[in-house]
Design a protein around this ligand. Sequence first.
Ligand code: CP
Length: 306
Amino acid sequence: MEKLRHMMNPLDFSVEELEELFDLAGKIEKDLPGYSHKCDGKILATCFYEPSTRTRLSFETAMIRLGGQVIGFADANSSSAAKGESVADTIRVISCFADICAMRHPKEGAPMVAASKSTIPVINAGDGGHQHPTQTLTDLLTIRSLYGSLKNFTIGLCGDLKFGRTVHSLINALSRYEGIRFIFISPKELKVPDYITEMLRQKNIPYEEVIKLEEVIPQLDFLYMTRVQKERFFNEEDYIRLRNFYILDKEKMALAKEKMFILHPLPRVNEISVEIDDDPRAAYFKQVQYGMYVRMALILTLLGIK
Ligand code: CP
């Protein structure tokens, strides 16, 4: 019997295991029909205690495209969490019904608690401001596909670097590859947390922190834009003051390299003007598609299906 394995953090997989996962995602992309019965008879549970469009629907589509079926809830209020059931009890119940579970929760560490009580693989689909590992897998696969490698580039991360869990997961994951230089672009209130800059210093990975996007955009190979995370602010006034701090428009893109790709985990609010969507460097909708392939590959891997 295969050892029970979860995905809580992108670092749960070694760089070599991630390469295998991305190779599998690449094979799936080229031959969707060849994978359409790999999960016949399997059930994915999506337990989402927080709103989502992409993550939940791409997990569900991934399982359906693999031939499996899906159960779950998209809102904590439509589950027994509304009656006070704990995450630990819920996952014990879900383990009786499904073969694998993707869980999103506003509390940091909740999917980890679930994993500790589960008899099926649990995937962290985003926990509070902490981690969003499958978004990171999506981002890494997108970068690898567009750039040809996960080494030797400069990436700018722009916007809400304090609360953006996709940012924290991505920096952690990229810190294992050679030749990556980070430029953090944020207002001072939304700077990347100290534990992350400390980790980069310890590993001698170059980074700088700036406020103005225009000053650094010409240096970038990738620009990872993020929305200001309204749901994690303690007061509305601060959110309103900071929400439109960055708006990527044609004027700023004119300063960027001809081959600088724009990524965004989405949803977008105002931080990328819609006038940029037709720019060949805008890769954020392609990124969504890679998200489905990599989730298909992850489901197969965690279920031990060859
Ligand atoms: N990128 C992402 O997590 O999007 P959703 O919140 O729509 O799932």
